[in-house]
Design a protein around this ligand. Structure first.
Ligand code: FAD
Length: 409
C-alpha cells in the first residue's frame, strides 16, 4: 500500500469538495485526500449549461475554490485519478494504475455519468453529453465555425438550458422530448407548458412525444436524428441530455446495498463500515418526500449531504434533513424551486404566466409541499418557509397576489 489517509474522498465534484471543506470547517485535523477522475480543479457544474456554455464565465470563475485554497487547508487533490475498487476489510481503495491507498473513513462522492442513447448510430462522432467541462469545451469547439444545426435529445433542465444558450448564440436548435411534455419528471403541467411556449417563442423547434429511433451519419459523424414516426431531423451536432446513471460500481462490487444509487442512512453512511456516500450517487430517505427513498441531483443535496457526513465523522450528531431546492436559468427566466412536488394532488397558480412572473404551488392533502417560482424571487424566499412548515393553507389564499406568502404562515 503506497499511502494512508484519515479520510479518502472519491469524486472531486460539488459533494466531494464540500465534504473536505466541511471537515476542515468542523475542526477535523487529520489527513484528507480527494481523488477525482477529471483532470481539472473542482468546479461548479450548473454553469456548464448556462454561463460557461454561453462564454459569459471563464473556467477560473466557476472553480469551487482557487488552487491555493486546497493547499492552505491541507487537502490533497489527486486529479486525473480513478478509483476502481474498494476493499472494505483491508480499508483500502484501488486506483486504476494498480496502486492502493488506505483510509480510516471513506466518502464516496462519485456523482453520475450521462445515460447513453443506446440506439443505432449513438456511437457516431458529434454526439455529446453535457456533464463535464471537457464535454462543453468539445461542443463549443465544434460550434465555433458558423451557424450550426443542433439536435437536443431530452427535455429536462439540462437539455432545455443548453437549447436556450445555443439558440441565443444563433444556432438552429431542435429539441426532442419523448414524453408528451418537457420537464415531466420534475415539474407540473403548467410549468412544462410555459417553458415549451417560451422556447418556441425564442425559435427553438420543440417536438413533444418525439421518440428517437436512430442517429444517422455521414462519414462517421452524426448528421440526423431519425424519429420513431419516420421523421428525420437533420443536424450538425447532437446533444443528449437524458439523465445520469450513478457512479457506484466500486461500492456495489464491495457489497454496499445499491439500487438506483447507493443506499445511505440519515448520517449518509452506506451499509459498509466507515464508508459514507453523498451527492448525486446517494439514495436516501427524504423527509420532504414523505420519507420515500430517493436520489436527488442538485447542488443543495450534494453540499448538505457532504456537510452531514463530515459532521458525523467529526462526532456531531446531525441527521440529513435539509429542504431541497434547485434553480434553472433559461433565456431571461430564472426558475427557483423549493421542496419536492412528488405525489402532489393540487396546484395553485400565483401570478401571471403572461407577465412571465409567477409561481406554481404544489399541494398534497392540503399541505404545501413545493413551489416552482419563475421570476418570482419573493415567492421563492417566502414559500420555502411554507414548505418547511408543511403549512396547511387554502388554495384561494395561496393564489391571492394581494397578500404575501409570509402573511399566510
Ligand atoms: C449541465 C448541468 C447543469 C446543472 N444545473 C444545475 C442547477 O442549475 N442547479 C442545481 O442545483 N443543480 C444543477 N446540476 C446538478 C448538479 O450539478 C449536481 O447535482 C452536482 O454536481 C452533484 O454533485 P456530485 O459531487 O454528487 O457529483 P458530480 O458533480 O458529478 O461529481 C462527481 C465527480 O466524481 C468523479 N468520479 C466519479 N467516479 C469516480 C471514481 N471512481 N474515481 C474518481 N473520480 C470519480 C466524476 O468524474 C466527477 O467529477 C446540473 C448538472 C449539470 C451536469
Amino acid at each position: 500500500m503506497s499511502e494512508q489517509y484519515d479520510v479518502v474522498i472519491v469524486g472531486a465534484g460539488h459533494a466531494g469538495a464540500q465534504a473536505a471543506i466541511s471537515l476542515r470547517q468542523n475542526g477535523f485535523e487529520g489527513t484528507i485526500v480527494i481523488f477525482g477522475r477529471e483532470e481539472v480543479l473542482p468546479y461548479e457544474r450548473p454553469p456548464l449549461s448556462k454561463e460557461y456554455m454561453s462564454r459569459e464565465k471563464e473556467f477560473e470563475r466557476i472553480q469551487l475554490r482557487p488552487a491555493k485554497f486546497w493547499a492552505e487547508k491541507k487537502i490533497a487533490l489527486e486529479l486525473g485519478c480513478e478509483i476502481v475498487g474498494i476493499d472494505p476489510v483491508a480499508r483500502t481503495v484501488l486506483l486504476s494504475d494498480g496502486e492502493t491507498v488506505g483510509y480510516c473513513k471513506l466518502i464516496w462522492a462519485g456523482g453520475g455519468s450521462p445515460r447513453k442513447l443506446g440506439c443505432p448510430g449513438s456511437q457516431l462522432r458529434g454526439v455529446h453529453a453535457v456533464r463535464t467541462k471537457a464535454d462543453v469545451d468539445r461542443i463549443m469547439a465544434a460550434l465555433d465555425v458558423g451557424q450550426k444545426k443542433v439536435g437536443v435529445i431530452g427535455g429536462g433542465y439540462i437539455g432545455l438550458e443548453a437549447a436556450a444558450v445555443l439558440r441565443k448564440l444563433g444556432h438552429e436548435v431542435t429539441l426532442l422530448e419523448a414524453l408528451p411534455r418537457v420537464l415531466a419528471r420534475v415539474a407540473g403541467e403548467q410549468v412544462s407548458q410555459f417553458y415549451t411556449m417560451e422556447h418556441r417563442k425564442h425559435g427553438v423547434d420543440v417536438r413533444l412525444s418525439a421518440a428517437v429511433d436512430a442517429l444517422e451519419g455521414a462519414d462517421g459523424w452524426a448528421s440526423g436524428i431519425r424519429l420513431v414516426d419516420g421523421d428525420l431531423v437533420s443536424c450538425d451536432l447532437v446533444i443528449v441530455g437524458i439523465g445520469i446513471l450513478p457512479d457506484i460500481d466500486a461500492l456495489a462490487d464491495a457489497g454496499a446495498i445499491c439500487e438506483n444509487g447507493v443506499r445511505v442512512d440519515s448520517y449518509c453512511r452506506t451499509s459498509l463500515p466507515d464508508i459514507y456516500a453523498v451527492g448525486d450517487c446517494a439514495q436516501h430517505e427524504n423527509l420532504f418526500a414523505d420519507g420515500a427513498i430517493i436520489r436527488l441531483e442538485s447542488v443543495q443535496n450534494a453540499n448538505d449531504m457532504a456537510a452531514t457526513a463530515a459532521k458525523h465523522i467529526c462526532d456531531k450528531d446531525e441527521t440529513y434533513s435539509a429542504l431541497p431546492w434547485f434553480w434553472s436559468n433559461q433565456f431571461d427566466l430564472k426558475l427557483q424551486t423549493a421542496g419536492l412536488s412528488i405525489g402532489y394532488d393540487q396546484t395553485v397558480l400565483r401570478g401571471s404566466m403572461a407577465d412571465r412572473s409567477f409561481s406554481v404551488i404544489y399541494l398534497k392533502a392540503d399541505r404545501v409541499i413545493a413551489l416552482d417560482c419563475v421570476n418570482a424571487m419573493k415567492d421563492y424566499v417566502q414559500g420555502r418557509k411554507l414548505v418547511e412548515a408543511r403549512a396547511v393553507l387554502c388554495p384561494e389564499d395561496l393564489g391571492d397576489t394581494s397578500r404575501q406568502l409570509k402573511e399566510l404562515l
